[in-house]
Design a protein around this ligand. Structure first.
Ligand SMILES: NC(=O)c1ccc[n+]([C@@H]2O[C@H](COP(=O)([O-])OP(=O)(O)OC[C@H]3O[C@@H](n4cnc5c(N)ncnc54)[C@H](OP(=O)(O)O)[C@@H]3O)[C@@H](O)[C@H]2O)c1
Length: 211
């Protein structure tokens, strides 16, 4: 599958390396592709402009800061994103470490602004290292999906599987409105990280014992 990742940071590099390892055709999109493409940590990747990355992907991944994502996507434009699946990993934090989308979500804002693009929010509740290596966890965690389009969620599930997230570890929360829960879990994520002194953990949904 052709995947265009928007961003060249921790998340974009982790996902690019995981999906490339699974045989996908991956490029990263940067605001300054020539400069960033020469950076040591990006040498192994193809780095292009943001518009070109969006054009490359059947699946486009938003891995930009949540406070900048709408501007980035607006510059790329709805026409370039039409008909594509957008996997949205973004979470927006202001300088005061407040969510940029309280009682709402970036995922919903993207879906509302780009109705002809099928947005699936996922991977927002784990660190970039765990995103591409869930096998680093002591036991399987839970990864969440939110989105309105069933086909786009099927595609995203396959891509999560390619990163190592077993089907049983993937929990479909429902429509894109449920992205709120994933994004607001960032506060819980930061609290747990502080408490255990590590970022490489996962939440896990433990179901009730059968009656
Ligand atoms: N890090 C994690 O473990 C983690 C976990 C869950 C969710 N997330 C979310 O995933 C997204 C990406 O996280 P990250 O850790 O990869 O972030 P990051 O290291 O800061 O990278 C974000 C990338 O976005 C690009 N970008 C485009 N427009 C930008 C702008 N206006 N300002 C700054 N950068 C811009 C930059 O690439 P160029 O400079 O090449 O343009 C930058 O490298 C964020 O929304 C974050 O909240 C991160």
């Amino acid at each position: 599958m052709r995947i265009g990742l928007l961003g060249t940071g921790n998340v974009a590099r982790a996902l690019a390396s995981g999906w490339r390892g699974a045989g996908h055709d991956v490029v990263l999109g940067s605001r300054s592709p020539q400069e960033r493409g020469g950076a040591q940590e990006l040498r192994e990747f193809t780095v292009v402009g943001l518009g070109e990355a969006a054009g490359h992907g059947d699946v486009v991944v938003n891995a930009t800061p949540g406070t900048a994502s709408m501007g980035v996507l607006g510059d790329i434009g709805a026409a370039a994103l039409r008909g594509k699946v957008m996997v949205d990993v973004g979470v927006g934090f202001t300088g005061d470490m407040e969510l940029s989308h309280p009682n709402y979500s970036l995922g919903e804002e993207i879906q509302a602004a780009f109705p002809e693009t099928a947005v699936v929010k996922t991977l927002a509740t784990v660190d970039s290292a765990v995103m591409k290596d869930p096998g680093s966890l002591e036991e399987p965690g839970t990864i969440f999906l939110s989105g309105d389009d069933a086909d786009a969620k099927r595609t995203t599930r396959r891509l999560l599987g390619d990163l190592g997230w077993a089907d049983a570890s993937q929990l479909d929360l429902g429509g894109i409105v449920t992205a709120r829960g994933q994004e607001h879990a960032a506060y819980l994520f930061l609290g747990v990280a502080e408490s255990i002194g590590a970022y490489g953990f996962s939440f896990k949904v433990v179901r009730p014992r059968a009656a």
